[in-house]
Design a protein around this ligand. Structure first.
Ligand SMILES: [Zn+2]
Length: 185
């Protein structure tokens, strides 16, 4: 019977990761046990810190950087770029009381693997069009030197008109091989 099904139905495209969520979540809820007391732990991070890191699937941000629920904002985006985090950071600082920012880039980041102009051409060749294709920055790393990119991102935040002048801002590298971190700025 299954051999009669068209190919498209037997392709892996039919399996949605979303379908696995309820089961995985059930395990998580049981393991977690105690309910979070929302009166004790509010939306303001208790460590008053926002950490920016890449969306890279190999980073378990809370565990790797030693935070528990309620302690830190973790703002993730492609590359862990400062400029892509501004909207969240401003709310984090102004509405939710953070005053320290940690920029965490990592080794082997996918944002070292493409150039902006090549990527735009690639999008156009796939039929994408419109102002975003020409104007949106996809933020590949501007330098092959990871330290340089981190310094740029830290400076960007230090000079941004919407970031608190008194913010404590540091820049770090996370080595994916062994999970270790080192401070650059
Ligand atoms: Zn990355």
């Amino acid at each position: 019977m299954s051999s009669m099904l068209p190919n498209v139905l037997s392709s892996s495209n039919d399996n949605w990761v979303a379908d696995e969520i309820p089961k995985s979540n059930e395990v998580y809820v049981t393991k977690r046990g105690a309910k979070l007391n929302l009166e004790e732990i509010g939306p303001k991070p208790t460590k008053k810190v926002a950490l920016i890191c890449c969306m890279d699937a190999r980073i378990d941000a809370f565990s790797a950087f030693g935070f528990k629920e309620g302690e830190s904002h973790i703002i993730r985006n492609g590359g862990g770029r400062a400029s892509d985090s501004i909207r969240s950071l401003v709310i984090s600082q102004q509405q939710l009381g953070t005053n320290e920012i940690i920029i965490m880039h990592h080794t082997d980041c996918g944002f070292f693997t493409f150039k902006e102009d090549e990527f735009r051409k690639n999008l156009k060749s796939k039929g994408f069009s419109g102002p975003d294709v020409d104007l949106m920055s996809f933020m590949p790393m501007s330098s092959s030197d990871i330290n340089e990119n981190i310094k740029q991102d830290v400076n960007y935040l230090k000079n941004h008109p919407l970031i608190k002048k008194e913010s404590k801002i540091s820049g770090w590298v996370n080595d994916l091989k062994d999970g270790s971190v080192r401070r650059v700025v």
